[in-house]
Design a protein around this ligand. Sequence first.
Ligand SMILES: CC(C)(COP(=O)(O)OP(=O)(O)OC[C@H]1O[C@@H](n2cnc3c(N)ncnc32)[C@H](O)[C@@H]1OP(=O)(O)O)[C@@H](O)C(=O)NCCC(=O)NCCS
Length: 163
Amino acid sequence: MTDPAAPPWQIVPLAERPDLVMPLAEALWQFWHPVFPGKTVDVRAASLRARTNRDRVPVAVVAVAPDGLALGTASILLDDMETRPDLNPWLATVFVMPGQRGRGLGGALCAAAEAAAWRLGVPRLHLFTFDKRGYYAGLGWQDLETVDYAGRPTAIMVKDRPA
Ligand SMILES: CC(C)(COP(=O)(O)OP(=O)(O)OC[C@H]1O[C@@H](n2cnc3c(N)ncnc32)[C@H](O)[C@@H]1OP(=O)(O)O)[C@@H](O)C(=O)NCCC(=O)NCCS
């Protein structure tokens, strides 16, 4: 019997659903191309494919609806901010499909990606955000610095592996 309290999605490694790389790449391009015009759909698809690992960084997770469609994604990456190679690895590409937001999926995707990092022995994660500082603070992330990046004031935040 289906558990009525279970969330209406499953979060799995992207390695389990490589067929979802293209729809995710298209959605990521749609949302971010004004900021990162060089990251075309093909570039994003290649980058997502490189994250279809289970036992090493880079690694991506995907949220899947009961009908099999992709609802969102999150990744653990190396060198997400090329101006800060001293900070690694990063929580990155946190994305929930428009129309699916505001019901905890973003938080669940972050938690799943973070759990993958802790499992792989990562002691500290970083992220950068232009406009979601408050959102990540609510998920337990702490401020590290504010920098200029891609022409915008950008918060760098950190989270340590739980003791
Ligand atoms: C950011 C994003 C992943 C959140 O996904 P989501 O599934 O809507 O997130 P959740 O349901 O877990 O959390 C939503 C909550 O965060 C809050 N929130 C959203 N943006 C916020 C912000 N900038 N500051 C503070 N709180 C914020 C919402 O008000 C909501 O609060 P509520 O639950 O009290 O109503 C989603 O909006 C998204 O994909 N945005 C586009 C891509 C993006 O900006 N990614 C982050 C890059 S750094």
